[in-house]
Design a protein around this ligand. Sequence first.
Ligand code: ATP
Ligand code: PH2
Length: 175
Amino acid sequence: MTRAVLSLGSNLGDRRAHLRSAVALLGDSVTAISGVYETPPWGDAAQPPYLNVVVIVDDASATARDWLERARACESAEGRVRDPERRFGPRTLDVDVIDVRSADGTPVTSDDEELTLPHPRAHLRAFVLRPWLDLEPDAVLPGHGSVAALLDAPETAADLAAMSPRPDQSLESME
Ligand SMILES: Nc1ncnc2c1ncn2[C@@H]1O[C@H](COP(=O)(O)OP(=O)(O)OP(=O)(O)O)[C@@H](O)[C@H]1O
Ligand SMILES: Nc1nc2c(c(=O)[nH]1)N=C(CO)CN2
């Protein structure tokens, strides 16, 4: 497997610094970084807004499981503490594996609780779909259709309207 779409989010501490550190840790595998968006918290409203980006990563030797391990390593490096009482609560860094493709472009699917692919809630999250669409206007989320259509759906409308581009927080100079 070679290519993955990762969603990075932060709403505690120096949010941009956490995102930057994660991109640096992912290293040469990063092939594209979206613009940064300020986004309303999804799933648990009583927390500060997030900064979110999507990155595309590519590594011919990486399995889907390797992308999960790398995502977890980024979260640990940024001091992510899990609160068992708040599934979608605040965090220094969240890195989710959204979509993985094998070398020929075939989507990798998995029902494993440890690694579900595509990510089971990505189709409901404007904070994933909007920056992904910026990078790949023809993107498709396997099992759910085009990312552009998902962003037109009522499920994502309110969050899409409430999120805003933050060019002042851009990570692009790291590419
Ligand atoms: N596609 C995936 N990407 C990241 N983690 C996943 C994925 N599928 C399953 N998991 C599992 O989900 C567990 C919980 O992850 P985490 O605490 O980051 O969840 P969350 O970010 O609060 O919620 P969400 O998964 O909805 O983004 C992880 O330990 C991981 O093993
Ligand atoms: N806006 C936004 N909301 C979230 C995010 C995130 O990255 N951005 N991550 C979460 C963890 O699942 C829960 N809610």
